[in-house]
Design a protein around this ligand. Structure first.
Ligand code: PMP
Length: 405
């Protein structure tokens, strides 16, 4: 095995918790991941040694904080293969990153134009575009998924035309686990001169992310789904696009000079970072990405794929259980339903046995409804999960089903 899972588990203090007297089996990683001591300690160290406001003071503390904040940006830019650190904007998370673009994109969208999304989008990558369409009179074009939960690139070819202003889609579905062919779709969009935004919320902790290779105009993710704290995330944008888009919020930091009758704006990335930023979050995010990088994203992917294959084979043994999302390219998210049993009841009883999974529509109501469902049960894995935990989950599930059926 390429990962030392026992050591990795020791790095995550919360995994020692018990729930209802049972050892915690945490299988809700698509909602948020737990945090290793390396991330927690980095934030504590910041408040003990470096805390100050950034980009403002001449004093030494401010310089320390600014240097740390900017080197976090540099590290993350390098990790995702951005061509310049100024292309990495710190935000509160994927939702804020997408809203940022959807709000200021109004400049480029007129009545009769079209925005293309897919039916597998999280509400965060659906409602902001829908509302942009409401405000501008543009049309929202939705590319459907097939029964396996895959996209058909031909459908993009057919949908893209001279009215298309943007394509927005998930790198990985938080319900189906499908890994989308984002590079191929980006190429298709570029043939029509259409920019592409990729929602990488479910990708960053699980597969390599290379924005230069994908060649997308925008890429977004949240730190908290990648072992980093909540309240920090990234909007990557190509310089040429970030330069031509107007600011999103106004205030300190994002200005160059201010007069009562006019203001000029700061250069990238500060133009999009109004107000005091989440410095400890950025440092925590850097520590989290370093933690991923130390173990190697390809090793993590391989290990999670093994867990995925094991869990899938075990679940397939259960009568009347159906996995929703069986794409050939898939990552460690498994949604399923069991005939005649309500997802919520299964989730509640599993919790009594110390097992944390998610039930419901997972903030993707139109997708779940397109499968004729109101909800699924979802287990989602991370690098610290084990085969033993999947066995505990299976034992508990079998017990729960015998109680409910
Ligand atoms: N997109 C996807 C695919 C997600 O899974 C999530 C979170 N579940 C989001 C966007 C939104 O992330 P956040 O709430 O951290 O902004």
């Amino acid at each position: 095995m390429l990962l030392d899972i026992e050591q990795i588990r020791k790095d995550f203090p919360i995994l020692k918790q018990t729930v209802n007297g049972k050892p915690l089996v945490y299988l809700d990683n698509a909602a948020t991941t737990q945090k290793p001591v390396q991330v927690i300690n980095r934030m504590v160290a910041y408040y003990e040694n470096e805390n100050s406001n950034v980009h403002r003071g001449v004093h030494q503390m401010s310089q320390l904080a600014t240097d740390a904040y900017e080197s976090a940006r540099k590290y993350i830019a390098n990790y995702i293969h951005a061509s310049d650190p100024k292309e990495v904007i710190f935000t509160r998370g994927a939702t804020e990153s997408i809203n940022l673009i959807a709000n200021i994109f109004e400049t480029f969208v007129n009545e009769g134009d079209e925005i293309v999304i897919t039916s597998m989008e999280h509400h965060s990558n659906l409602v902001p575009w829908q509302q942009l369409c409401v405000r501008t009179g543009a049309g929202l074009i939705v590319i459907p998924v097939n029964e396996e939960g895959e996209l058909d690139t031909d459908q993009f070819k057919n949908a893209l035309n001279e009215k298309t202003r943007l394509v927005a889609l998930a790198h990985i579905s938080n319900v189906l686990g499908t890994i989308n062919p984002v590079k191929e779709i980006t190429q298709l969009a570029h043939e029509m001169d259409v920019p592409v935004l990729i929602d990488g919320a479910q990708a960053i902790a699980h597969i390599p992310v290379d924005v230069s290779d994908i060649d997308c105009e925008f890429y977004t993710f949240s730190g908290h789904k990648a072992y980093a704290p909540m309240g920090i995330g990234v909007l990557y944008g190509k310089t040429e696009w970030l330069d031509k888009l107007p600011p999103y919020q106004f205030g300190g930091e994002m200005i160059e000079s201010v007069h009562f009758d006019a203001t000029t704006f700061n250069e990238l990335p500060y133009k999009f970072e109004a107000g005091t930023p989440n410095v400890e979050g950025a440092l925590g995010l850097e520590a989290a990405i370093r933690y991923i990088d130390k173990h190697g994203i390809e090793n993590i992917r391989k290990y999670e794929d093994e867990l995925l294959a094991f869990a899938t084979s075990q679940l397939n043994l259960i009568e009347d259980l159906q996995i929703i999302g069986t794409a050939a390219q898939k990552t460690a998210v498994i949604s399923f339903i069991v005939d005649g049993v309500h997802a919520y009841d299964i989730g509640t009883l599993l919790d009594k046995m110390g097992i944390a999974i998610r039930t419901g529509n997972h903030c993707a109501q139109p997708l779940v409804e397109s499968f004729g469902l109101t909800g699924t049960i979802r287990m989602s894995l991370a690098m610290y999960n084990t085969k033993k935990e999947i066995e505990l989950f299976m034992e508990a599930l079998i017990k729960v089903l015998s109680m409910l059926r």
